[in-house]
Ligand binder design. Structure first.
Ligand code: APR
Length: 311
């Protein structure tokens, strides 16, 4: 992979760049921020880590989009993070303005990149990047599911006193309280989790996962970055190495699950062409109902976006 651009050199963006550099398969990472000195500083700091941690990826920081020319993949993390007392939706109008303008600048210099959106509120910001970029929907999608699933897996690992490596899970729906947990698709080294944990404990873990982002906002006064950054980096890696990995990602549905023109978390196959397949699980009636409810909530935010003056 030649070139990856990360927009936003704040907590999440700098983490994405740093995690990717450590994986050492990208020639150049360009970190862009409206605060050009910040991007330059973080890129320089990460580059100075290269001789210690042994990687060759070059990192540069800038506020000049011409340096992003011909990027293969662009990760958008620009935007305000949540503060205590704010929901993700409180960020819609501010972050929509930011995501609109950075997407327009990105496509000015890269004709058909794969765009991964991380800015919140995630589902609607992915819609914004899709609309403004004019790029096909299998190349514009969002990072949420890997993070939500990781939180769920981490809580389960703690409760069961097992390695998080052995926990496989999938969650669907919007990023946030309307996510759709699917305990029957959760396994511990192939063993259905329902055989290892009481229902009430599992439900408590699901509930904690739904507000997992808010728990961190409360603790730190701003939103999380290590796990979100690593999650976005994992998506970049799957695409760059054409791994065909199955991850929950925020994707535009075109009839799958009986839903149309809505961005929502579903299992997808990620490879060199971006989303190469949306996997359609056979959901029970109640799971399907939860997914539709979650999609309806995302649709409301998409309508709010469509009515914004800048859209
Ligand atoms: N162009 C480029 N960068 C911008 C722009 C813009 N128009 N507007 C803001 N930024 C930059 C800010 O200067 C800041 O450095 O985006 C960066 C955001 O960094 P943080 O404030 O540290 O926020 P962070 O925790 O990284 O979260 C970024 O990701 O997880 C989501 O909810 C989170 O929407 C938020 C985003």
């Amino acid at each position: 992979m030649n070139k990856v651009t990360v927009i936003g050199a704040g907590n999440v963006g700098a983490t994405v760049a740093n995690v990717l550099a450590h994986k050492d398969f990208i020639k150049e990472i360009v970190l862009v921020d409206i605060k050009g000195d910040l991007a330059q500083g973080k890129a320089l700091d990460s580059w100075q880590q290269a001789p210690i941690d042994y990687y060759s990826t070059r990192l540069i920081g800038t506020d000049d989009y011409s340096k992003t020319k011909d990027s293969d993949i662009v990760v958008i993390t620009a935007g305000l993070p949540r503060k205590p007392g704010m929901s993700r939706d409180d960020l819609i109008s501010t972050n929509a303005g930011i995501v609109n303008s950075v997407t327009a600048s990105v496509v000015k210099y890269s004709s058909n990149p794969i765009i991964i959106v991380v800015s919140n509120p995630l589902d609607v910001m992915t819609y914004a990047a899709y609309k403004v970029s004019g790029i096909s929907d299998h190349r514009v999608f969002g990072m949420a599911g890997i993070l939500d699933t990781a939180r769920y897996r981490a809580f389960l690992a703690e409760a069961l006193d097992v390695s998080p490596k052995d926990i496989q899970a999938i969650l669907m729906g919007g990023h946030g309280d309307s996510m759709v947990p699917l305990p029957r698709f959760t396994t511990v080294s192939g063993i259905p989790v329902t055989e290892l944990i009481e229902e009430s404990k599992l439900n408590a873990i699901v509930d904690r996962t739904k507000v997992g982002g808010g728990e961190l906002v409360k603790l730190m006064g701003t939103s999380a970055w290590y796990a979100p950054g690593a999650a976005a980096a994992q998506m970049v890696e799957a695409i760059a190495k054409d791994e065909k990995r199955i991850f929950p990602c925020c994707a535009r549905l075109n009839g799958q699950y009986g839903l149309n023109d809505v961005f929502v978390g579903v299992p997808v196959k990620l490879g060199q062409n971006g989303i190469e397949q949306i996997l359609e699980l056979k959901l029970s009636d109640s799971e399907k109902q939860l997914l539709h409810q979650s999609a309806a909530e995302v649709k409301v935010t998409m309508e709010v976006y469509d009515k914004l003056p800048a859209a």
